[in-house]
Each structure stands twice: as C-alpha cells, then as structure tokens.
Ligand binder design. Structure first.
Ligand SMILES: Nc1nc2c(ncn2[C@@H]2O[C@H](COP(=O)(O)OP(=O)(O)OP(=O)(O)O)[C@@H](O)[C@H]2O)c(=O)[nH]1
Ligand SMILES: [Mg+2]
Length: 459
C-alpha cells in the first residue's frame, strides 16, 4: 500500500461520471443531478466524456450500482476510451474493488475526488498539511475494511497473520504521520493565533458560500484588492483578508475563504478548521450565492449545513444574491419575492453595492455603542485606533481635546475604554444602543448610573 497523499497531476484523463440518486438525497431534487459531480471531475483535471445516473432505493451493497447499470458503464467506458470512473458518493473499499474489477477502469469516489482537488489547489504550507491530514484520516477510516478480506481467510494456510500484521503496521505508519502533521499544524496555528491576539482588528465581515458563487469576485470588486477569481470549483483554498472602507468611512476586514459544496468530506472540514477560523470569528457573514443557478436552494441548504457543522450558525448573516446581471426581469421579481431580505447585486456590474454597504453598516450598528468622546489630543495611538475602528459621525479638535461622536463595536470599546480612562479622556453614551447592555458601555469599568455617564480623569 502506498502512502503518497499528494496527487500526481495528470493529463486530462478521460472519465465517465456516475451518480446514484437515492430518494432522500439533495441530488434527487436537483435540476441536473450530475451537474455538480461533472464540475468537480473537471476541477480535478479530468475530461468528462459521459455521465450516467441510476435512481435506486438504496445502494447495492456489492458494488453500489445494479448489475445491468454496471454493464452499461463498462460498455460506455470501453466505447469512449475512458480510463477513470468517478462516482458521486462514497464507496466502501469492497464496493470500490468490485466496481474496478467489473468495469476494468480505476474508480474514484466523491471524497477522494474532493480531497484530490484540494490537494492540487493547496498553495500555502498550512493548506498542504491540512489536506494531507484529511487524506490520511480518510485512508485510516477505510483501512480496517480494506484488510477484512485477509482477516476473513485468517485460518487459511499461507494467509494466517499477514492480514493483521499488515493492517497493524499500516495503521501505525498512518498514526505516526497523523501525529506529526497535527504537531506541525498546531505550530502554525499557535503562531497566527498569537499574532491575532496582539492585533486590534477592525470588524470582520466574512464571505461564505457555495464554491463558484462569486465570493472572490465580490471581494475584488468591493475592496479593489486582486484575489484569484476563476470559473472553477474551489478556486480559493485559504483565507484572504483585505481592508475595506464602508461609505461611512468605517474600516472593516473582508475575509474570503474556501467555498463549500454539499457533503463536504467530514475530515476535510475538520482539517480546515484553522483556515475557517477567521470566518468563525467574524462579526458578520455575507452568505454569497449564485442567484442564476437553478439549484440555488440546494446550494443554500448545503452551505447552512456546513456552517452548522462548524458551529457558526449564531453569527449574524446577510444573504447576498450575486450574479444579478444574468437574471431576467421575471427572475428578479421571483427571487425578490422568495428572499425578501436578500440583497440582489452583481460583482460584475456592481449594481446593488450601495444597498450592501448600508445593510452591513446597519448590522454592525446593532452591536455598536453610540458615544460622545473627549480624547486628549496627545493620546496619539488611541486617537489613531478610534479613527481606524469607529464610524465617526462628527469630530473636531477643541483646544487640547479631540471631541467626537461615533459608533464603536462593544468588542473594541472594551479594549479602548481602559486606555481612554488612563489617558484622562471622558465619554458619554448617546441613546440608540439598541442591543447592548449597560455593562458593555462600561467596557469593563464600574457602572455609574443607568444612563452611563462616564466620568473619567476626575471630571
Ligand atoms: N455574470 C457574473 N459572473 C460572476 C459574477 N461574480 C462572479 N462571477 C463569475 O463566477 C465565477 C466564479 O467566481 P469566483 O469569484 O472565483 O467565485 P468563488 O465563490 O470565489 O469560488 P471558489 O473560490 O471556487 O469558492 C467566475 O467565472 C466569475 O467571473 C457576477 O456578478 N456576474
Ligand atoms: Mg474564491
């Protein structure tokens, strides 16, 4: 058995893709149940020569498909010269083996395919390690079943022992590699965590959504920063963060990250946890979807499921219906009726950007404090932090003080309030702190009265 986990890039291999549509699966509702696996296969570098689909009540335990369908696939592969069969679900090792024997070509299942795409796209050291870890864990979860055919014949002459011995040594080798990868990943994660704790970051708005929805395009269009945009699945594998100024001049960090698909392999989600950390720590999620995709609802459901798996369901989010430029007037009406809170826009034509800006500002304001501050003009770093992080409604220098009315998130206030006190500044809350508790206003300071009148530096 080989433990090579990074892919060898291939010439476009000719592939047939095959799906099994079970009654309860999302694919059963899809307009074209084979569309996604075809795109995934192409994203992995294969050239799809044909696709085939079988509806069944449940997979055939022997080789997933029924006998007749297998024969059909075999003939198709032979006629078209395909050397690869890609199936849109996960196979048990014995199903994989039986299919390969019956059809006579290499068989790759959905998890292997997605892991392979991730391996080919990984560009950072962290992403490489994360994919390798996911691949090894997937391999390990199948190891026992891979060797069961030997264990079953344990009593037979000549086969006694080796199955178990081989299984043990393979498992040990994988375990060692997993421990080593985890250690190296933990080092990288510790370093970036240390850096994050020291920084006083602006509010983070994370772009999440189905792969190819246009997250990176939106990031580029909003922030002006160039990030990779490509008409392919999983173009982005790491998390990129760019500064972006809202129209009220408030600075936010826009984070673009890996896209999701339905049934994203469990090991992959776990391995990419650190990459998705930025997303999980966001103040607001922009759930970007391709509004022109006929399977929009299936994609929305898939993304929500991954977010739930990641424990990110409680983060406030806005639904962004991207690619509005591809919609007919009738489609627009239908979508607006279906998603009254959705923001219809286009990363290409930039229509709808103003509403997006306003909606983000309004969301951030829900968790912001409205403050009236007097800051000594000499408190340079504090002034710079306030000017960088707050939405400033008015500001002026009066003598030796900077006087400002501004909106600032509770998180930032809790860091800056002690600093303000130390520098001898004063603060007063302005009505409008909708969701916030008085305790937030104090930023860790002692409460005074209900209206929170901060009296600092002896005022
Ligand atoms: N017509 C149209 N195409 C768009 C729009 N936004 C993005 N696209 C196209 O959609 C494709 C995918 O765009 P990306 O920005 O790479 O999508 P992504 O969500 O970052 O994809 P992954 O990184 O793979 O998850 C590209 O071909 C874009 O040019 C839009 O508003 N209108
Ligand atoms: Mg992208």
């Amino acid at each position: 058995m080989s433990f090579k986990t990074q892919p060898t890039r291939k010439e476009a291999e000719l592939a047939v893709v095959a799906a099994l549509v079970l009654p309860e699966s999302d694919a059963a509702e899809a307009v074209d149940p084979l569309a996604e696996i075809r795109s995934l296969a192409e994203a992995a570098g294969a050239r799809v020569v044909d696709s085939i689909c079988q509806r069944r009540a449940r997979p055939n335990p022997r080789a997933a498909f029924g006998k007749g369908k297998i024969e059909e696939i075999r003939l198709l592969c032979r006629q078209l010269g395909a050397t690869l069969l890609i199936v849109d679900f996960d196979l048990s090792p014995s199903q994989g083996r039986n299919l390969e024997e019956d059809i006579g070509v290499r068989v790759v299942d959905r998890t292997e395919l997605i892991l392979d795409i991730f391996a080919s796209r990984a560009s950072t050291r962290q992403a490489h390690l994360q994919v390798e870890l996911a691949q090894l864990q997937y391999m390990k979860s199948r190891l026992r079943r891979m060797w069961t055919h030997l264990e079953r014949t344990e009593a037979a002459i000549g086969t006694r022992g080796p199955g178990e011995t081989q299984l043990e040594s393979d498992r040990r080798m994988i375990d060692h590699k997993i421990v080593d990868l985890r250690r190296r990943l933990a080092q990288i994660e510790r370093r970036s965590h240390r850096q994050a704790v020291q920084r006083l970051d602006p509010n983070t708005v994370s772009l999440v959504g189905y792969t190819n929805a246009g997250k990176s395009s939106l990031m580029t269009a909003l922030s002006g920063a160039e990030v990779l945009v490509a008409d392919q699945l999983f173009a982005t594998l790491d998390t990129r963060v760019r500064n972006w100024h809202l129209r009220d001049r408030r600075l936010v960090m826009l984070a673009d990250t890996v896209g999701f698909v339905r049934d994203l392999p469990h090991h992959l989600v776990a391995s990419f946890h650190a990459t998705l950390e930025e997303t999980l720590n966001a103040d607001l999620l922009l759930h970007v979807c391709d509004a022109s995709d006929p399977d929009l609802e299936i994609h929305l459901r898939a993304v929500k499921k991954v977010l739930a798996d990641l424990g990110a369901v409680d983060i406030p989010s806005l639904l962004v219906l991207n690619k509005a430029d591809l919609l007919s007037p009738d489609d627009r009406l239908a979508l607006t009726a279906q998603f009254p809170n959705g923001l219809l826009l286009s990363a290409h034509s930039k229509e709808g950007f103003e509403s997006l800006d306003q909606a983000i500002a309004a969301q951030l304001d829900r968790w912001s404090l409205h403050l009236d501050l007097q800051v000594p003009a000499g408190a340079g770093r504090l002034l710079a932090d306030l000017q960088r992080l707050a939405a400033i409604d008015s500001a002026d220098f009066h003598g030796a003080h900077w006087h400002a009315r501004l909106r600032l998130s509770a998180r930032h206030w809790s860091r800056l309030c002690p600093e303000l006190r130390q520098q001898g500044g004063t603060f007063r809350s302005i009505p409008g702190n909708g969701h916030l508790e008085d305790a937030d206003l104090m930023g860790g300071a002692t409460r005074s009265d209900d209206r929170i009148q901060g009296s600092l530096g002896g005022e």
